[in-house]
Design a binder for this molecule. Structure first.
Ligand SMILES: C[S@@+](CC[C@H](N)C(=O)[O-])C[C@H]1O[C@@H](n2cnc3c(N)ncnc32)[C@H](O)[C@@H]1O
Length: 270
C-alpha cells in the first residue's frame, strides 16, 4: 500500500469534495455534512444526478467485463473514488481471479476506505496520487509491482476528466497514459455532459461544483471525442453511458440515456 496516507484528522471536513458527494449520491456513508449539503444543491438543480451516478457505475461494470472478455487481466483505475458496490477489482476478479488492479485517487477518504477493503487482497492496491502526475504514477513502485507494461492493460478514467478544466490539458493527460500502453490495451472514459440541458441549468450545476475543492467542466460530445485521440473506439462509440452495451431492459435510463449526464466510450490502443 502507498505509505503517504493522511490520517482522518488531516481531512478538511468543511470543504465539499466531489469524491464524497459522489459517495453520497450512491448512498454511501463516507461523507461529511458539507458534502451532503453541496450534493443536495446539485440534486436540486439536476435531480437525475443520483441515477446518473448509478448509470456511470453500471458502465464501469460493463466496461471492465468487456475488457476482461478481450483478455485484459490488469487494470489501472485513475480517480477510482470511494469504494462502493461493484468495484473494479471485484468485477475483474470475478471474470478472472488472477486479475490485478491498481486504484489511484487523490482524495484521502477514498484512499483510506480502499486500503481497508483491499486488505488481504494481494492482487489489488491503492496509490494516493494526483492523476495529473502520470510520470509519478506510471513509475510508482506499487504500480510497477502489480502491472506489467509489456502486456495490455485496461485503464479507466471514469468521471475524472471533467475535473480537468482545460481542454488541451485533459487531452494531453489521456495521451500521456496512452503512450505508456502497448497495442491491445484499452482506455475507458466517462465524462459529464449536459448537452441537452438548458444552458442556465448547466451554469447552476457547474456553479455548485465551483464552490467545492473539485470544480467541474461539463463538455459536449464534440469536446469529449478528442479525448479518444489515438484510440480505436469500439462499438457503439461514444454515447450516453446507458447506451453503451446495455445488458437488460432494467438498466438505468435505458429509455432516456441523455438523462444519465455522462458520455462514455472505450478505445483500443493501436
Ligand atoms: C465522481 S468520482 C468517480 C469515481 C469512479 N471513477 C467512478 O466513475 O465511479 C471522481 C473521483 O476522481 C477523483 N479525482 C478527481 N481529480 C483527481 C485527480 N486529479 N487525481 C486523482 N483522482 C482525482 C476524486 O477524488 C473522485 O474520487
Amino acid at each position: 500500500m502507498d505509505d503517504s496516507r493522511l490520517s482522518m484528522q488531516q481531512i478538511p471536513e468543511d470543504k465539499p469534495n466531489s469524491a464524497r458527494m459522489y459517495d453520497y449520491f450512491l448512498g454511501g456513508h463516507h461523507n461529511f455534512a458539507a458534502d451532503r449539503a453541496a450534493a443536495e444543491r446539485v440534486r436540486s438543480v439536476y435531480p437525475d444526478v443520483v441515477r446518473g451516478a448509478q448509470a456511470n457505475r453500471a458502465f464501469l461494470r460493463r466496461a471492465v467485463r468487456f475488457m476482461a472478455q478481450q483478455g485484459i487481466d490488469q487494470f489501472l483505475d485513475l480517480g477510482s473514488g470511494i469504494p462502493t458496490a461493484g468495484n473494479v477489482h471485484e468485477v475483474a476478479q470475478e471474470a478472472n481471479p488472477a486479475a490485478r488492479v491498481v486504484y489511484v485517487d487523490v482524495e484521502p477518504i477514498a484512499v483510506i476506505h480502499s486500503t481497508a477493503i483491499l486488505r488481504g487482497n494481494h492482487q489489488a492496491t491503492i496509490v494516493e496520487a494526483n492523476a495529473h502526475e502520470p510520470k509519478r504514477i506510471l513509475g510508482h513502485p506499487e504500480v510497477r509491482r502489480l502491472l506489467d507494461f509489456s502486456r495490455p492493460i485496461g485503464v479507466l478514467m471514469l468521471a475524472l476528466l471533467h475535473f480537468v478544466l482545460d481542454d488541451r490539458e485533459a487531452q494531453e493527460l489521456v495521451s500521456r497514459y496512452r503512450e505508456a500502453l502497448v497495442p491491445g490495451s484499452f482506455i475507458a472514459i466517462t465524462h459529464a455532459s449536459l448537452e441537452r440541458v438548458p444552458a442556465e441549468l448547466v451554469t447552476q450545476f457547474e456553479r455548485v461544483y465551483s464552490q467545492t475543492t473539485t470544480p467541474v467542466k461539463t463538455r459536449k460530445l464534440a469536446q469529449v471525442e478528442p479525448l479518444f485521440t489515438g484510440l480505436d473506439v469500439v462499438e457503439p462509440g461514444i454515447v450516453y453511458v446507458p447506451s453503451w452495451r446495455p445488458e437488460g431492459s432494467d438498466d438505468v435510463f435505458l429509455d432516456q440515456p441523455e438523462r444519465s449526464i455522462n458520455l462514455g466510450g472505450v478505445g483500443r490502443v493501436r
